[in-house]
Design a protein around this ligand. Structure first.
Ligand SMILES: Nc1ccn([C@@H]2O[C@H](COP(=O)(O)OP(=O)(O)OP(=O)(O)O)[C@@H](O)[C@H]2O)c(=O)n1
Ligand SMILES: C[C@](O)(CO)[C@H](O)COP(=O)(O)O
Length: 246
């Protein structure tokens, strides 16, 4: 794939600062093997293979920085990246990753920053490229897929539910990619329970979000069965190939 040379600086913050409670494993899910290498390494490699070759910041809980170094050595993982410390929430982890980007970036207004869950190993480089392209045009772009199930909305007291037009419902994925000024201004907001992804933070700051077609295979590893599903999907998806099998 030809690499692109333009005036903008491209960055990726891969957030792997969580503990993976729902996975129920002592080892956080981002370090568990998928097709022979840790889940997070698949995500990092996809960014490395993006035509924009972003500089990569990987957010890891500070207690596991040594473990991450050991994993990189064990798997001969030599994709250049900087390690930042995880926070108590995803919001805090992104903030820490952003601080690491800001230390390196010469002009935030000329930068594009993609934020991606380390727990989404099957992301395809072409989708990463698409979010960089749309963020360059519109400032804020996030992957999303339409619901294929019918949708009902519950009332706030939970007593009633009503059918809702599913064509208006989008399920958010990552990466979510932003102009550097937009992302850094937005992450100065106080943390809020309503912030479930980066788009919700940026939107609260007043910026519109452009939706980019995601892929149902870009799953987030959340529960144990997701690792098995990812292993099956990886055989059919360019983001992660069976060549990774150990
Ligand atoms: N304090 C946190 C919490 C989450 N994340 C990252 O955000 C992504 C999405 O979060 P989620 O799937 O909820 O991961 P966990 O918080 O680890 O999982 P759980 O909620 O089951 O504990 C993951 O890559 C996770 O590592 C993070 O960087 N820092
Ligand atoms: C950021 C995210 O992956 C977009 O779908 C999602 O909101 C993370 O949610 P989680 O409950 O923290 O896993």
């Amino acid at each position: 794939m030809a690499k692109v040379d333009n005036m903008q600086e491209h960055y990726a913050i891969v957030v792997g600062g969580g503990t993976g409670t729902r996975m129920g494993s002592d080892t956080p899910k981002q370090f568990l093997p998928l097709n022979g290498i840790p889940v997070a390494m698949h995500a990092i490699r996809a960014f490395h293979n993006s035509k924009y070759s972003p500089q990569i910041v990987v957010v890891i809980p500070s207690a596991q920085h040594g473990y991450w170094s050991e994993l990189c050595e064990k798997y001969n993982f030599d994709i250049p990246h900087v390690v930042a410390s995880g926070g108590k929430s995803r919001f805090e982890s992104v903030k820490n990753g952003l601080a690491a980007v800001q230390l390196r970036c010469t002009d935030l207004s000329q930068s594009l920053i993609a934020v991606h869950d380390a727990a989404r190993p099957l992301i395809a480089p072409t989708l990463i490229d698409a979010t960089f392209d749309q963020a360059a045009r519109y400032g804020a772009a996030a992957l999303a897929i339409q619901s294929t199930n019918s949708v009902r909305l519950k009332s706030s007291n939970g007593l009633k539910n009503n059918a809702y037009p599913r064509q208006q419902v989008y399920l958010m994925q990552t990466p979510q990619t932003f102009n550097g000024v937009i992302l850094s201004e937005s992450y100065k907001l106080d943390e809020d329970n309503a912030f479930t992804d980066d788009a919700s933070v940026v939107e609260k700051k007043g910026y519109p979000i452009t939706l980019v077609d995601g892929d149902t295979r870009n799953i987030k590893i959340t529960f144990p069965e997701d690792l098995r599903i990812a292993a099956i999907l990886s055989g059919t998806y360019s983001g992660c190939t069976p060549d990774d099998t150990q």
